[in-house]
Design a binder for this molecule. Structure first.
Ligand code: BEZ
Ligand code: FE2
Length: 413
């Protein structure tokens, strides 16, 4: 049993409680916490006590809800600026990027996330090449095997490949590896195949991650079968009609625990549908900027009572997998929102809210939850404690201490 004592402890509960000069008691699970460390020492006399240092901050480990590890070799290969140009460059360079990213490339990506305090992640796997690294990593991984394929002609083969990858991941299921299902997008998955994929998720009570309304081109294609996707489908898939529309796509998710990634170009009717599904939105602000798709309207999500979480997306549309870099960008791009309130929502979006959406037993400092804990040192004393959330996002880069299931994580970078 251990007690970590810190100058500031963020419980990441609904009220955003911050304990000053407090302590957290844990073994594999969190046992207790208090703003009176001396009292904790009296009650838990056998516990080993560690003070994390001056200006220390202790939090539940961060969760990166959406990352494509298999694309981690990309630096200057893919074209940024416009979604369709980027997608063309993915189609052209995908095989080369895949072959450049072996186990060590993905292990480095996982280690860089860990460095920023990420103790759990949602990995979107296109090919299953990232499974070994995800099984081996100390972090908790919700491993989303992705289903793709708009052509009915190859539907059976694509579904069989998907099912084989899901079955392989189910063989590795464990305390920190959780198989799940990803749906690529409404434009790239035929509705018949989509329903088969969602059946797999329902049968196994798995969460589902699905891209939705990322670009204005996707909006136009699904609404009217026109725009830039027409030429794309003619060139790569020998067709020029969409396989579904957004209503049919969203209706398929009834009864599924689903996270929709991006939603930058979503309309009001779709937002109401997301609310009735109890869905979560995954916000990837860096990816959205680099692919020129626009900016997610966080106020509209709030008005519809739709929770949001944050993901880095992959290095295919980012330069960093640090979740702190990602929420720092979010703080900068939402210029219309109050800085300190947004900072609190962003911290919730990388802790308590994704834990609930991904079905993980962590994300808060609360009795009975897994002891996934991270600590940092702020560069100076906080003159106003009400700015702690923005100070964390603005000033912190690397975790000082990381515990997962109560085990201290040591790493070599
Ligand atoms: C498809 O497999 O149908 C597809 C893949 C990528 C983008 C669009 C469609
Ligand atoms: Fe993605």
């Amino acid at each position: 049993m251990k007690i970590l004592a810190a100058d500031y402890i963020l419980l990441m509960d609904r009220n955003f409680t911050v304990l000053e000069n407090g302590g957290v008691v844990f073994d594999e699970k969190i046992i207790d916490y208090s703003d009176d460390v001396e009292d904790l020492k009296r009650v838990y006399q056998t516990a080993e006590v560690q003070y994390l240092g001056k200006n220390s901050v202790l939090l539940p480990g961060f969760i990166n809800s959406h990352v494509h590890l298999e694309f981690s070799a990309n630096k200057t290969t893919l074209n940024y600026g416009s979604f369709m140009t980027w997608l063309d460059s993915v189609m052209e360079n995908r095989d080369e990027l895949m072959s450049k990213c072996g186990d060590s490339c993905m292990e480095l990506a996982l280690a860089n996330m860990l460095k920023s305090g990420v103790t759990s992640l949602g990995a979107i796997s296109s090919f299953g090449k990232d499974m070994e690294a995800c099984v081996k990593t100390p972090q908790k991984v919700v491993y989303f095997s992705e289903l793709i394929g708009s052509s009915m002609a190859s539907a059976d083969a694509l579904f069989a490949d998907f099912k084989e990858r899901v079955d392989n991941s189910m063989g590795k299921k464990g305390d920190s590896f959780f198989p799940a299902v990803a749906i690529h997008s409404p434009y790239s998955v035929h509705p018949i195949v989509l329903n088969k994929g969602l059946e797999v998720a329902k049968e196994n009570t798995m969460p589902v991650s699905a891209h939705f309304m990322e670009s204005p081109s996707e909006r136009k294609w699904l609404d009217s079968g026109t725009g830039e996707f027409k030429a794309f489908f003619q060139k790569f898939l020998n067709t020029d009609t969409p396989v579904t529309d957004s209503k049919r796509y969203l209706d398929s998710f009834d009864g599924v625990n689903v996270l929709f990634t991006h939603c930058v170009n979503i309309n009001d009717e779709e937002l109401s549908k997301l609310a009735s599904l109890g869905a979560t939105v995954v916000h990837c602000p860096v990816s959205n900027r680099l692919l020129g798709v626009g900016k997610l309207d966080l106020e509209k999500l709030k008005n519809n009572e739709i929770p949001f979480v944050v993901g880095t997306d992959g290095l295919s549309s980012n330069t960093s997998l640090s979740i702190l870099d990602e929420i720092r960008t979010a703080l900068m791009v939402h210029t219309d929102l109050d800085l300190n309130l947004l900072a609190k929502d962003l911290l919730k979006g990388v802790t308590s809210i994704p834990a609930r959406s991904l079905g993980l037993n962590c994300g808060e400092i609360k009795e009975g939850l897994d002891a996934d804990l991270i600590s940092f040192i702020l560069p100076d004393v906080l003159s106003d404690n009400s700015t702690i959330a923005s100070s964390i996002i603005l000033h912190l880069k690397e975790a000082e201490n990381i515990f997962i299931n109560g085990e201290k994580i040591k790493w070599n970078f």
